[in-house]
Design a protein around this ligand. Sequence first.
Ligand SMILES: *[C@@H]1O[C@H](CO)[C@@H](O)[C@H](O)[C@H]1NC(C)=O
Ligand SMILES: *[C@@H]1O[C@H](CO)[C@@H](O)[C@H](O)[C@H]1NC(C)=O
Ligand SMILES: *[C@@H]1O[C@H](CO)[C@@H](O)[C@H](O)[C@H]1NC(C)=O
Length: 377
Amino acid sequence: MIYINVAVGLSILLLVIGLSVGLSVNTFKGRDALDSAPLIDGHNDLPYNFYHILSNNLSAFHFESDLRNDNVWGKNACSSCFTDLPRLNAGKVGGQFWVAYTPCESQYKDSVQLTLRQIDVIRRFIQRYPANLQLVTAAGDIETTWRNGKIASMIAIEGGHSLDSSLALLRLYYDLGVRYVTLTHTCNTPWADASIVDNGYVYNLTDFGKTVVYEMNRIGMLVDLSHVSHNVMREVLAITRAPVIFSHSSAFSVCKHYRNVPDDVLHLVKKNNGIVMVNFYSGFVNCNSSRNATLQDVVDHINHIRNLIGVNHVGIGGDYDGVSSMPMGLEDVSKYPDLFDRLYENREGEPTWTREDLEKLAGRNFIRVFQAVEAME
Ligand SMILES: *[C@@H]1O[C@H](CO)[C@@H](O)[C@H](O)[C@H]1NC(C)=O
Ligand SMILES: *[C@@H]1O[C@H](CO)[C@@H](O)[C@H](O)[C@H]1NC(C)=O
Ligand SMILES: *[C@@H]1O[C@H](CO)[C@@H](O)[C@H](O)[C@H]1NC(C)=O
């Protein structure tokens, strides 16, 4: 009896050892790439929620709490609220562009004052949580900030109407820490067309629009082509001296929405050495109205871009807090790791993702583009 028990015990022990050896050889999951490279998201509109929910009174925002079921910020109270610190940490977010957005209605009116107000609230937000967030304005500081356990927090402007057709303002925004400007939001500016005019008369990019792009190249401001018309994408890519970004856009041939990037433009992005940071918004990733968007749709957009122009030109730009519907499986900012796990499953018919590829998608591609833009003269 004793001998039998010893034998059984020994075999169980050997089995456990065998299993753990087997597991330790093969335990890499896609999410682990987010421990060796920072996940940098190109677009989060939480600052606009600060404005319209709290009039930018940050003492009323409990960033350090899980707000999933909050009376004001929870999913039952706010359809465009997806962000808080516990969920950013669960999502392994290492770098984030916080967006200083002001609506198109402010164009030709108070767009500058309102943009400055949003830059101010982003800067106060970052200063308020020094253990968790740090303002970053240089590509080389993203990784060190993230390794120190903080989210590298960068500032973006969404919409050329914030410039009020002034290069002086563009330069001063840079001095305030802004590192990308989206050339348009949903309205045309006097110098560039927005995506909604793709169905109508087009002006494209005017001579002054070209001057704006050249000045952005000269001072090291990233040019963001999300939201512009498809022809403006083509025209900017024909003249820019620096690589461009799409901070939150997906692939047009997967879902034919004008906010997405057509294949011919994707080829131009490859030539330009730029990057498309894929938007998760349900309405952009799934064009089939008889079903709901899922994480698989986002996987399909990422894989389409990768198959067409290669793994060096794709990134992540979730658009959390800027939209009201996110795909099943990517419900809030805690979910990015699931996307990386899913890509690493390397299913039949999909491109093979290595750890290095996932690191590029997460943040290394964006850092490369940012460095190239900084190096311009
Ligand atoms: C800002 O919010 C705090 C906390 O809710 C509140 O005590 C304070 O009165 C608010 N300030 C303003 C100016 O509304
Ligand atoms: C707009 O740009 C496209 C592509 O560059 C070009 O074919 C078209 O002629 C332009 N339209 C105008 C009005 O300049
Ligand atoms: C749209 O979704 C429905 C329901 O899943 C499916 O039956 C249909 O084939 C889809 N249509 C297209 C064009 O993919």
